[in-house]
Design a protein around this ligand. Structure first.
Ligand code: PLP
Length: 301
């Protein structure tokens, strides 16, 4: 049996080692590319249609024509996952991404590069965040404002978020970056949205300044079902330091508790706090598996 995953590239499904991109590709040269990423839960793909809707909005914003329909992307995504699932254990799951770059200029016309690929989720590397909580650190680098480039589009260029991450990791290798927007309110981090809990209600930044995370939407939906008030509003550092609880959401993390902001403990520092715990349980119910337990099971003791 082969041990190499396959990927789709420009009409073909090939071993990953053969899925290569030209050195003239604008995605490589300038980060001029769009992507979206969902994951599997117990080997089933989560909310693919919603991810593909967001993917096509990002493509529209970037004026890239992928040359394939949403239905074709869905079909290819299922083919890639089906081919790669035999390579991981029952308790593992995949990230699965669709990517389109503006491509290579051939006789004055850009021919897009289209990729669908999957990679196992890094449960062990992140497991401790579910036991100890995430120490969030706010770097001095601000999130790209919508006036420069809308953070609502999911594009390959992560340099702004990477600058924030480099600054945070230099101070605390375990620190999780959450950048401020240009007004000094919490925005988001690399691959993650932020929520705080105050007096039993949730607050999360407004969509204009962030990527509209699918997991953020799930957390909002679940909160509403549980009768928990949710407000999309500005959250400054005072709000963060005085929050009762906080958590991040992302495709991989689902809901992950935050233990501190810039070293200042959140609430009574118990992890997860009661509202975060309720929402995590509801998330697990929705996807049919213990989402935090999948991480925690990778801890040695
Ligand atoms: N914010 C940014 C900048 C992201 O790249 C991501 C996901 O990759 C998120 C937030 C979370 O979005 P989702 O919940 O759809 O994974």
């Amino acid at each position: 049996m082969t041990t190499e995953r396959v990927a789709y590239i420009n009409g073909e499904i090939v071993p990953e080692s053969q899925a290569t991109v030209s050195i003239r590709d604008r995605g490589f040269l300038q980060g001029d590319a769009v992507f979206d990423t969902t994951r599997t839960f117990r080997h089933k793909i989560f909310r693919l249609d919603e991810h593909l809707d967001r993917f096509f909005e990002s493509l529209k914003y970037m004026r890239i024509e992928p040359g394939l329909s949403k239905a074709q992307f869905a079909d290819i995504t299922h083919q890639i996952i089906d081919a790669n699932l035999p390579l991981i254990g029952e308790d593992d799951d995949y990230w699965v991404s669709q990517r389109v770059t503006r491509g290579v200029n051939v006789d004055g016309e850009y021919i897009p590069t289209v990729i669908v690929e999957s990679v196992p989720l890094p449960f062990a590397a992140r497991a401790n965040y579910y036991r100890e909580g995430m120490p969030v650190v706010v770097p001095s680098v601000r999130r790209t404002p919508p006036e420069a480039h809308s953070p609502r589009a999911k594009v390959h260029n992560y340099v702004n978020l990477i600058q924030g991450e480099l600054e945070v990791k230099a101070q605390n290798p375990d620190g999780w970056p959450i950048l401020l927007d240009m007004n000094g309110n919490l925005a988001e981090g690399p691959g993650s949205n932020i929520f705080i809990v105050k007096d039993g209600a949730l607050k999360t930044p407004k969509e204009q300044y962030i990527l509209s995370g699918i997991s953020r939407r799930v957390a909002i939906e679940l909160a509403q079902e549980l009768g928990i008030t949710v407000e999309e509003s500005d959250i400054d550092l005072f709000d963060a330091y005085t929050a009762d609880e906080a958590f991040v959401t992302s495709t991989s993390f689902c809901i992950c508790p935050v233990s501190s902001f810039n070293g200042s403990p959140v609430g009574d520092a118990s992890v997860p706090g009661p509202v975060t715990d309720r929402l995590t349980r509801a998330y697990s119910g929705l996807v049919g598996m213990d989402v935090a337990g999948q991480y925690l099971s990778r801890l040695d003791s």
